[in-house]
Design a protein around this ligand. Structure first.
Ligand SMILES: [Zn+2]
Length: 144
């Protein structure tokens, strides 16, 4: 099957400390019903762990304070891992930003070179224009 989605997280057995398992009953009386049990529970063997309950019993069991503590500690672990992931993500973003910044710097440097060239060209034009005006004025002056 594999598609069975659990409505409740599977905690550890309060006696054995191993994670409980969810099984679907193949017994005639309870066929198709979900049960939560300890992996150490063996049906018909009273010397094994006695933790086995229906989904409804498990829900009630989850509400007990000792199980709530376990749920909270599990949730704390999850959020801790999540926080670590997000820090890694921020570091990645920082590296990306640095790359973008470096690219921008090189673009800015290129633009600066272009600007200098444009300014040089402008200077040339100004010089040429000044020479022309000078020549023109010279011509005018000499004609006068
Ligand atoms: Zn157990």
């Amino acid at each position: 099957m594999g598609g069975f989605q659990s409505p409740h997280p599977l905690l550890n057995c309060s006696k054995c400390g191993v994670q409980l398992v969810r099984i679907i009953s193949k017994q005639r009386a309870t066929f198709g019903q979900a049960f939560v049990k300890c992996p150490n529970n063996i049906k018909g063997d009273p010397t094994t762990c006695g933790i086995i309950m229906s989904e409804a019993q498990y829900e009630a069991w989850l509400r007990k304070p000792e199980q709530q503590q376990q749920i909270q500690s599990k949730m704390y672990l999850c959020s801790g891992e999540g926080g670590h992931e997000s820090i890694d993500h921020i570091l990645d973003l920082k590296e990306e930003l640095n790359e973008v910044k470096q690219k921008l710097d090189s673009v800015v440097a290129d633009l600066w070179v272009v600007k200098v060239q444009v300014q040089k060209m402008k200077m040339d034009y100004v010089v040429v224009a000044a020479v022309c005006v000078g020549v023109a004025i010279g011509c005018l002056m000499s004609k006068l």
